[in-house]
Write a protein that binds this ligand. Structure first.
Ligand SMILES: [Zn+2]
Length: 474
């Protein structure tokens, strides 16, 4: 059994923070209260972290929609006026499917007419805002696309579209779109932040740093946001200084970086393990990553220096930097260990890719449980590992970060996560697991997600799972 690799579970915190920051940068609303308690977690440290913001406080629910809704310009004497006003009223009454079907059915003359066209664009935009409030960006992105197609010079519409793409990790959020947005809305920090992220993903870290600086310049008088950006900047700078002297090898789906002295054998082995994981786990899971995944092999010293990991950590997936990091000590001699760690972290990377900016809403027990189950981690069954009287930690306690758990509780947490996820997959199948992931992507709280997907309450699920392994013990 390899030592638990616990630090990556602190990372969803940084991710939730990235989301909150991105969102607030974009909306220009005060974020100081929420940020104040979480800004210290950015640096990938292992200090105890504050729990993630409860679902009720997620950005979507506090969404001040009026900021992004466009006022309707007057429609001067159009013969479509009645029709357009009726649609506007349906949106305001939140009869969204009706409004959408009426918008879709508008006569071509209303859509192409130069006087009504901007008004129709505004209607699509405002429909998107309402859809996003109720159902998230998965739905709103379509409306914003329609709006932008009608009026691509409107900075608010383009900003809404870019933000929806960003949340959905849609490759349509490319350099061209962001450059256009920077031209149209030069004072906004969000396009620079998104550009920095894009460039970072494309391995252009020095250009990314320039845009991080531009974003910071555009966040006036907000010390928490500024310190957040400073922390991310420092992290990227540090990463660049460590990785600039590394060699990179690429396969079809991975970029593997390592200290120059590493031998051919190691990276060939690593790439083979990763490509196997890509195929096998992708098939089981029904998802393949949208972009190549970066894997950084550190010497033991540079691993701890670069990641701030404790000595016992075997590896981690860092969602802020979007890479799997692991020490190579032992990698050449212990292929079994290497396979376990790489596959485990690969599942975390895959879940992060699947959930995008919502990964923070995935309960840690399920994140870890899926990593263990899909990677085939060699953990014993809970019933084999536990003897005598055992106090089970309720799963609801294991939804947030595990960093503050004492070591014995952490061992139990992994065993429980493995067991509960095994039970979930065995009893409901991967299709329902997929349903759960969809719900978490929409930031549904765990209780609701389980009820709506498995048709049992969280309590019932918990009870049935405990019964299932107690039966095995007796
Ligand atoms: Zn893990």
């Amino acid at each position: 059994m390899y030592r638990r690799n616990i630090t990556h579970i602190l990372m969803p915190m940084a991710l939730a923070l990235a989301l909150v920051v991105g969102y607030h940068l974009f909306l220009k609303t005060p974020a100081a209260t929420r940020l104040a308690s979480t800004a210290s977690t950015v640096g990938n440290t292992i200090e105890p972290v504050a729990p993630p913001p409860p679902p009720a406080a997620s950005p979507r629910e506090v969404h001040p929609a009026q900021i992004r809704v466009l006022d309707h310009p007057a429609i001067p004497g159009s013969r479509h006026e009645t029709l357009l006003i009726a649609i506007r009223d349906e949106i305001e009454k939140r009869n969204l499917p009706l409004a959408e079907s009426k918008l879709t059915a508008l006569p071509q003359s209303a859509v192409s007419d130069a006087t009504t066209k901007p008004f129709v664009a505004v209607l699509w935009n405002n429909l998107g805002i309402e859809q996003e409030t109720l159902h998230g960006t998965q739905l709103s992105v379509k409306a914003f696309k329609k709006a932008a197609a009608l009026d691509g010079s409107n900075p608010v519409i383009l900003m809404n579209l870019a933000h929806a793409y960003w949340e959905q990790r849609d490759p349509a959020l490319n350099r061209d779109l962001l450059e256009q947005l920077i031209r149209l809305a030069p004072e906004e920090p969000f396009p620079h932040l998104a550009m920095a992220e894009l460039l970072h993903e494309q391995n252009q870290s020095s250009e990314a740093l320039t845009h991080l600086a531009h974003a910071a310049d555009r966040v006036p008088r907000d010390p928490a946001l500024r310190s957040y950006l400073a922390a991310v900047t420092a992290k990227v700078q540090h990463m660049e200084s460590v990785e600039s002297r590394m060699t990179a090898r690429t396969s079809e789906h991975f970029v593997v970086k390592f200290d120059g002295a590493e031998d051919h054998g190691t990276w060939t082995t690593v790439l083979e393990i990763l490509e196997d994981a890509y195929r096998e786990i992708g098939q089981k899971f029904g998802h393949f990553p949208s972009k190549p995944i970066v894997v950084v092999l550190h010497t033991r010293d540079s691993f701890q220096g670069a990641t701030g990991s404790p000595a016992w950590a075997d590896g981690l997936f860092d969602p802020t930097l979007g890479r799997i990091q692991l020490p190579t000590q032992g990698a050449t001699t212990d292929t079994k260990w290497l396979t376990s760690v790489l596959r485990h972290e690969y599942v975390h990377a895959l879940l992060h890719d699947r959930l995008g900016t919502s990964s923070g809403s995935l309960p840690t027990w399920l994140n870890e449980g899926l990593a263990m189950q899909l990677a085939g981690d060699p953990w014993p069954d809970l019933d084999e590992a536990l003897h005598g009287e055992v106090t089970i930690i309720p799963l609801t306690y294991l939804e947030g970060p595990w960093g503050a758990l004492p070591a014995t509780a952490a061992d139990l947490a992994y065993l429980e996560a493995n067991s509960a996820t095994h039970y979930l997959i065995e009893r409901w199948g991967m299709a329902q697991v997929d349903g759960l992931l969809k719900a978490f992507k929409a930031r549904t709280p765990a209780g609701t997600a389980i009820q709506n997907t498995l048709f049992v309450s969280y309590e019932q699920f918990h009870h049935q799972w405990l019964e299932s392994f107690q039966q095995k013990r007796s």
